[in-house]
Structure formats: C-alpha cells, structure tokens
Design a protein around this ligand. Structure first.
Ligand code: ASP
Ligand code: MG
Length: 486
C-alpha cells in the first residue's frame, strides 16, 4: 500500500479535488490510503475565529465561519451527486453547528484553552475528509471515510500532540488492511488525532505530513507521497536563479538542513517516522502529476553534483562579541548562551575564536534586549541586513578543496564573506554575506556547482517531454512559502 497526502492547495476547491480524484484513480493498483489537509486557508480562518471569539468579537468569528461554510457547500455542490450530497450536508451542518456552539462558549467565558483550540481547528480536516470521500464516491472511486481521531492515538499535549505509536499501529492495523483488501480507498483527515479516551487533539500546524508519515510507518507503506503545489524541491530559489533544477533524490539530513534555511516545502522532521523505516517519501505536484518530483530517503546514492542544493536565508543579524578575557574564562560561552536562552533566541550560526564570538540570529527575536546583557560580557557589535548562504551536500565530507572553491567563486563575484561555518557533520558549508549580495552570490555559486542542463543528474534522467527542453518548468520550493499551501 501507499499513503497519498494532499495538502491544502490540492483540495482547495472542486477543481482541485477533481484533479486529486484522477491522480488517485491512477494509483488504485498500489492500494492508496488518502490523507487530506483542510481546504487551503481554512485552518488559518479557524485560528482567527477562535481568537476573535476569545476577544469577545463573536460577530467576527461567526462571519468567518459563514465564509468557511459557504466554501464547503460550494465544493460539495460541484462535486457530489444529489442523493449522497444530502447526507454530506447533514454531517457538515452538524459539525458547523458544533463549531458555532463552541465559538459562542469561548466568547461567553472569554477564554481559549489548548483543548478547545484543538476542537475548533479539527473542523477543517474533519470536513475536508468527509468532502473528499463523498467527492471520490461521486467520481466512481470506492472511497471510505476513516475518522483519524479514532485511529491516530496521541498523548494529551493539545495543539502539538505526540503520537502513541504502538496504540496507533494497533488501531490502524485493525481498520485499514481490511478496507484495502476489499479494494476500498480509505480517506482520512491529516493533522487531527485523538487521545486514548477519545479527546480530539492536533499534531501541530502543518501536521498532515506527520499524519501521513505515522500512517505510512505503522502500515509499512511502500511509499509516502506528499502532494503539494510545487514540483518537489529545487537546487535553489528559482526567483533568484532561473536555472534552478528539480532535485530528484535527497537524503533526509540534507532536506532537513534545507528546510531550516528557508526551503519550506515541508518540515522534514515530520517525516522521521517514515524515514526511520526507510520508506521513501516523494514530494509531488498535484497540478503536474506526471513529474516524478523529489524523493527523500534516509540513504541516497551519491549526487553527481558536489552539492545537493543552495539555500539562502535573508534578514539575519550578526552579533559580534569580543572579550579578551575569554582566553582564560571557561564559562564565557555558557554565560553568552545563558543570555540567549533567557531571551529564547535561537542561534542560526556560531563561529568562535579565542577572543571573539560571532552569532547569527533572526532579528524577529529580542536583539535589543539581548545586546545590553551581552555588553556585560564584552564588546558588542551588531550588524543587521546579513544573509546566510548555505550549500548542502552529504558528499562534501572528505572531499578536498570544496571550501576553497566556494570562496574562490565568491571572490570572483566580488562578494565579501563575513562569517564561515562548516559543521562537524560536514553536510553543509555556510557563509554569511551582505543581504543585497545574495542574488549575485547564489547565481555564481549555482552556475559553478550546478552545471548547465544536460550535465546534471537531474536533467540527464529527465524524460524528453514536450517542445522546450525545460518543459517541466520548476516552481520554487522557496516560492511555495509565499504561496497558499497549508
Ligand atoms: N491544516 C493544518 C494546517 O494548516 C495541517 C496541514 O495542512 O498540514 O496547519
Ligand atoms: Mg502542509
């Protein structure tokens, strides 16, 4: 069997859901289990409803609810045949009425607990999974709804519940294989789950990928497919570099590194249950279902290019801390990290010498509060508008001269390097540069390390398809973060 997870934009309206039905139709032989997100934008709308209600703005919350309801009814009207539609609308009504009651309750007491938040947010996936099931049936697929709240079992950490894998596996094995044996297509909501005593929980924002990985791992799926609105992961941001190429295969570690540096197709950490069991995870585009997307696995063959991808994270701030005393003060770094910890400020990169430390942080954190405290430890200098350019590749380990060629390319492009970091895992080389030098730096690095089409691994294996050699026009993985996937 395989798990096919469709994100918010893949089920955003009737047209999108029709595309999904077609994609699933083409995979019936492989025994698909379908996991769906809420329709795009719905979870955000539910978050707004809950907080409006808690702020006493019940009318705002109810108006928002009416819009969400209308979207579901519209899609149902376009997708579901008349008779089954009556049953679907009855379920919709029941769930929206419960949500209405809940919002009124929140407004009345002016308080929103994590437990209530989960009840509110769960409505998105509860409704989308019912809708997709009914739509599939009208399309002629033998779909069957499975309530994730009954089979994906978690602890009671509301809003970011942890799955209880043993119990979940047991329940999934009790329900899904029997359906698959009858050639049914189980359809489940992602993101939502339940405690052992039946309380609704959610796995955290973006949690549908996690659901897919949990279900795939529990049932030892052959593959997990994450269907989204981009064509897998790319070698770099196509908005910066028109030559960005699709990455065919990438290791889990590399994908995790890229996600951290701004490539937001998915949070690879959520794929861990699958990757640990060496189940391949494919990122695919529901608007271009023929493309083979990107395959993420724990172990991958060496890449033909030196690096797998180049990512850039703009809007970073460098904090330089100079302290001659550091030479002998063993507790210096600890004191420095204590300051950061107190302000809950994560550090993206660190580089140290005997007398100075440079830190890269995201300025959305309390830099103004941190600096005075650091000044008690030494001389502080703050440099805003910096960017981290991160070159990721497993195979750089043990290869001589790679850092030198990175620096040579940047020198030739006239880009000044402020900081350098290569972790012990040697899976990436990161340099900190001025933010406005990013396009120049990335373009030069990409041109050097990802030779033109026809030579790279990706392009070699790409099927000749259509008129232009670039028929499979890539849509950016970084661009996706600006888009609507939920
Ligand atoms: N609908 C949820 C969210 O927007 C979960 C998901 O789509 O993965 O966070
Ligand atoms: Mg998502």
């Amino acid at each position: 069997m395989i798990v096919m997870k469709f994100g918010g934009t893949s089920v955003e309206d009737a047209k999108a859901i029709q595309r999904v039905a077609q994609i699933v139709q083409g995979r019936l032989k492989r025994g698909p289990v379908i996991v769906v997100s809420a329709m795009a934008g719905v979870t955000d709308a539910l978050v707004r409803m809950a907080s409006a209600a808690a702020d006493g703005e019940l009318d705002v919350a109810i108006a928002e609810l009416a819009k969400v309801r209308a979207r579901h009814l519209q899609a149902a009207e376009e997708l579901v045949k008349v008779e089954p539609r009556k049953q679907l609308l009855a379920k919709f009504d029941e769930n929206f009425a419960a949500l209405d009651t809940l919002l009124r309750g929140v407004a009345a007491i002016g308080e929103l607990s994590a437990r209530t938040t989960d009840l509110v947010l769960s409505v998105g996936e509860v409704q989308s999974s019912l809708l997709v099931t009914a739509a599939f049936q009208s399309f002629g697929l033998a779909a069957e709804h499975v309530d994730s709240r009954e089979v994906v079992v978690t602890d009671a950490t509301h809003k970011s519940a942890q799955p209880l894998l043993e119990l979940t596996t047991e329940r999934l094995k009790d329900s899904l294989p029997a359906l698959l044996a009858k050639s049914r297509v189980p359809v489940m909501g992602g993101f939502i789950a339940g405690t052992a005593d039946g309380e609704t929980t959610t796995l955290g924002r973006g949690g549908s990928d996690y659901s897919a990985a949990i279900i795939g791992a529990a049932l030892s799926a052959e593959a997990i497919e994450i269907w989204t609105d981009v064509e897998g992961m790319l070698t770099t941001d196509p908005r910066i570099c028109a030559d960005a190429q699709r990455i065919r295969t990438i290791s889990f570690d590399e994908a995790a590194e890229l996600a951290y540096f701004g490539a937001k197709v998915l949070h690879p950490a959520t794929l861990l249950p699958a990757v640990e069991r060496d189940i391949p995870v494919y990122v695919l585009n529901s608007r271009k279902p023929r493309s083979t997307g990107t395959c993420i696995r724990s172990k991958v063959p060496p890449s033909k290019t030196t690096f797998r991808a180049i990512a850039a994270k703009k809007g970073s701030t460098v904090i330089n801390l100079r302290a001659p005393r550091m030479l002998f003060a063993s507790g210096f770094l600890k004191s420095m990290f204590d300051v950061l910890e107190r302000h809950r400020c994560p550090v993206d990169l660190v580089s140290t010498s005997e007398v100075s430390v440079s830190l890269v942080v995201d300025p959305s954190h309390d830099v103004a509060g941190i600096v005075p405290e650091l000044k008690q430890l030494g001389e502080v200098e703050v440099e805003p508008h910096k960017a981290i350019v991160c070159l990721v590749g497993k195979d750089i380990r043990g290869t001589v001269g790679i850092a030198a060629s990175v620096f040579a390319v940047l020198a030739q492009a006239g880009v000044n390097i402020h900081m350098i970091s290569q972790g012990a895992s040697e899976i990436n080389i990161s340099v900190v540069i001025d933010e406005d030098a990013v396009p120049k730096a990335v373009q030069h690095l990409h041109a050097h390390f990802f030779p033109a089409q026809g030579e790279s691994e990706d392009v070699n294996r790409r099927k000749p398809s259509g008129a232009s050699g670039r028929a499979e026009k890539v849509i950016g993985l970084v661009a996706a973060s600006a888009g609507g996937e939920e």
